[in-house]
Design a protein around this ligand. Sequence first.
Ligand code: FAD
Ligand code: SF4
Length: 512
Amino acid sequence: MATVRLILGDQLNPRHSWFDRVDPQVTYVLMEVRSETDYVKHHAQKVIAVFAGMRRLAEQLQAAGHRVRYFRIGDADNRQAFAENLRQVFAEVGARRFEYQEPDEHRLDEDLATFARTCGLPATMAPSEHFLDARDGVARHFQPAAKRWLMESYYRSVRVRTGLLMERDGTPYGGKWNYDHDNRQPWKGRPGLPGAWDLAHDHRALWSEIEAAGVRTFGSPSAERFPWPRDRVEALAQLDAFITRGLPEFGAYEDAMHSTSDRLFHSRLSFALNVKLLSPREVAEAAVRRHEADPDAVPLAATEGFVRQIVGWREYIRGVYWAKMPAYRDSNDLGHQMDLPGWFWTGETRMNCLRHAIGQSLGTAYAHHIQRLMVIGSFCLTAGIHPRAVEQWFLGVYIDAFEWVELPNVVGMSQHADGGFLASKPYACAASYISKMSDYCAGCGYDPKDRLGPLACPLNAFYWDFWLRHQQRFANNPRIGMAVRQAMAMKPAEQAAIRAKVAQLRADIETL
Ligand code: FAD
Ligand code: SF4
């Protein structure tokens, strides 16, 4: 029976069971469409990376004997939307069945479910065979009415279920579940960085096609030396390089930032994972194997810290997304209303930490977790930017930004807009934290120690004003009550001066 199977741009897993055998009745459809490039303005590298990966998978499937119908962005018969292109292929091949893999985004899930109901063919949704848990696995782990779902509890259940870093008797390997306390060091030039293992593809021709089709993007395309993997072989090589060279120091410097390196010891595997070139299980297992082979070189703290990101945070975030969408998208529990300053699109701000983190994001489509959370996110949170504006910027800028993972990280973890459902405290910081964890302040025209003077670091006044504004809400939070009580203990004149300073900073926000 002639069957059409749709493969989405983030479903590039060549080991999916769909491809186990060649069936001449099956046509695989991949399409580069404006409905996907235009729902938010994307970083140029993100569009190139997804299209390059799709083209590569199509080539590989064809080479293996599968029938493939591919729509390039500039093709004359490309109607630039899933439904229209699919109907065209149905007619071309005389389709009798339609199949698609479980999408990870709510928007696509609804669109494809509607299409499946109305396309006139029997339609089936197949598992994507990527995640460790089902969409509702996290929701099933917790009480539905619980005020918050703690990631740590879910993470432990995944460890038990998968046996990752577990002893035979059901206790955690090494005696502890979590080694986060060992993982908070600043990096000051030692140990040496692992060196780059990035790729250098020439994607100028593809970039010209994207530009010619009129797709609007931002950020540097880096088309001459494109660093992101196109296929599984390249992704595996990146995984191997990280496990050998980055993982040993990953834990200790996980929270560090430095102006000389945009990645330090981080893996930069999020793109390969999110488009499913790599599976979370194989990435976690590779880290555990490396530790077991050489525990002196690769400490347990680094291994556990890395495994927690992949099988804990990543799966948990996805579960929250599916449990809370679509209402989650509009969360704004703190009532923040400001728009993003224009320098989010240029990186041109005098605040050195933000200039680095945003400039790097525009240049490379990448920033590591602490730059996202404690520099860019914390600025937006304490300045009072509308979470939807922040979310849309994050969704566009990062190479790994797909809504299921980006939205809960921004709305929940970083902007605390969900009332603390996902994060038990707001991640807000002043210059003291940036100064401790990076060298950014040393190269900044602002004074990290001052709150109110003309050259005072703007982050300080925003930080104290944030606690003053939201004191009722956070005073009893055991994780940050001290900061709130410190703000509340300030003399009324000092509180007023902070408020006045913040009013001025907001008025001048475009030129900070
Ligand atoms: P590493 O530090 O090497 O970590 C290894 C892997 O763990 C990552 O590749 C990723 O797959 C996973 N991981 C780590 N933390 C998280 C997390 N909080 N949620 C989900 N997975 C995690 N991650 C995305 O994949 N896409 C996003 O759009 C995204 N947006 C974010 C926005 C904000 C405001 C914050 C605070 C975090 C966001 N994250 C996002 C999570 C995390 O910052 C990135 O996964 C990580 O920086 C990617 O770089 P890496 O591969 O070098 O990660
Ligand atoms: Fe950032 Fe303030 Fe430090 Fe400048 S002084 S780098 S603005 S924290």
